[in-house]
Write a protein that binds this ligand. Structure first.
Ligand code: ADP
Ligand code: X2W
Length: 307
């Protein structure tokens, strides 16, 4: 009886010990995890996501969650009879649409994730970029075909104040951030801006001096020749990514721009991974077999193969 128990216990012990080098490497490090609305496929996956984040927390890392909710916003707008329109990969956000965006992100998606994380203890605290000046923005006007286009209340981040998030981390909490920004513009008090969640996550990762930015989405990573091939680029440097950027299309643009911003501003690695794979975060952090696309800074070629 006792030898049978030993046989089943040993492989488990091996798995735990295999994770030791990664536990040592990542101990105390901040990791910003962006959970995309398209990766929130079903209840089991969302629960597995919460388990992974809580695991990281108890393993000595400092996870910060930034969540999206694009499909959920589109569904809610639809119910309100508002048609969703995207320009340059960003939602055209009227005043009425902004109320819905805020309600869905802060009142629905964020609350759900906070609830799932807190099944494991008093850990998660939700906030939006409005809280404690965490994210400040001004009006963003993308350039399309050489002209500046008005897309309503979409914000361009001008400032990040990491104070509230750092206080939560120091208190052993898991911050869960919705990508809504306060307005910096004088005379514009009370206004808020809709910010793409990838962009918000990348800006927060850089400002927090995070070790890793991890972006969970609904594809395996950055495809080399999307949509013609499903060959995933496993690793690329900031300069290689910069060259690729003009060829990318909508959903990937803010993601890869965010990864570039992060690694050019002190983040050691930025990864785009498949959030539809259960426990993808653990695979990415605690094994050598990274499952998605990893972006690294140019000047650190010695980090090749690092996970
Ligand atoms: N080169 C590419 N590689 C992978 N996906 C791409 C690429 N170019 C565009 N995409 C699209 O980007 C989508 C992911 O972005 P998005 O829909 O904004 O997801 P999320 O809600 O996770 O932020 C993919 O589902 C795919 O349709
Ligand atoms: C300006 C802008 O486009 N904001 C996004 C914010 C949510 C988001 O980015 O969600 P995903 O990560 O799921 O795409 C939107 O309104 O859809």
């Amino acid at each position: 009886m006792s030898s049978t128990r030993k046989h089943t216990a040993l492989p488990k012990a091996r798995i735990l010990i295999e994770a030791l080098p990664w536990l040592v490497r990542h101990n105390g490090k901040t990791v910003v995890i962006k959970f995309g609305g398209n990766a929130m496929v079903d209840e089991d996956l969302k629960a597995a996501f919460a388990q992974d984040v809580v695991f990281l927390h108890h393993a000595g890392l400092k996870p910060v969650v930034v969540h999206g909710g694009g499909p959920q916003i589109s569904a809610a707008l639809d119910k309100h009879g508002i048609v969703s329109e995207f320009k340059a990969g960003l939602r055209v956000t009227t005043e009425d649409a902004m109320d819905v965006v805020r309600m869905v992100l802060a009142g629905q998606v964020q609350r759900e994730l906070v609830g799932l994380l807190n099944r494991h203890g008093p850990l998660a605290v939700g906030l939006t970029g409005e809280d404690a000046h965490t994210i400040t923005a001004t009006k963003h006007q993308p350039e399309i075909d050489g002209e500046l286009v008005d897309i309503g209340r979409v914000g361009e981040i001008t400032d990040i104040d990491t104070g509230a998030i750092e206080a939560l981390l120091a208190d052993g909490r898991i911050p869960v951030v919705s990508s809504i920004a306060r307005s910096q513009d004088d005379g514009d008090s009370g206004h808020v801006y809709n910010v793409n969640a990838d962009t918000a996550a990348a800006a927060l990762a850089a400002a927090l001096g995070a070790e890793t930015l991890m972006v969970l989405t609904d594809v395996e990573g950055l495809y080399e020749d999307w949509p013609n091939s499903d060959e995933v680029i496993s690793r690329l440097t900031a300069s290689q990514l910069e060259k690729l950027l003009p060829e990318l299309s909508s959903g990937m643009v803010p993601k890869m721009e965010g990864c570039l911003h992060a690694v050019r501003n002190g983040v050691t690695t930025a990864r785009v991974i498949d959030g539809r794979v259960p426990h993808s975060i653990l695979l990415e952090i605690f094994t050598d077999e990274g499952i998605g696309t990893m972006v690294v800074p140019d000047e650190k070629p010695s980090e090749q193969g690092e996970s």
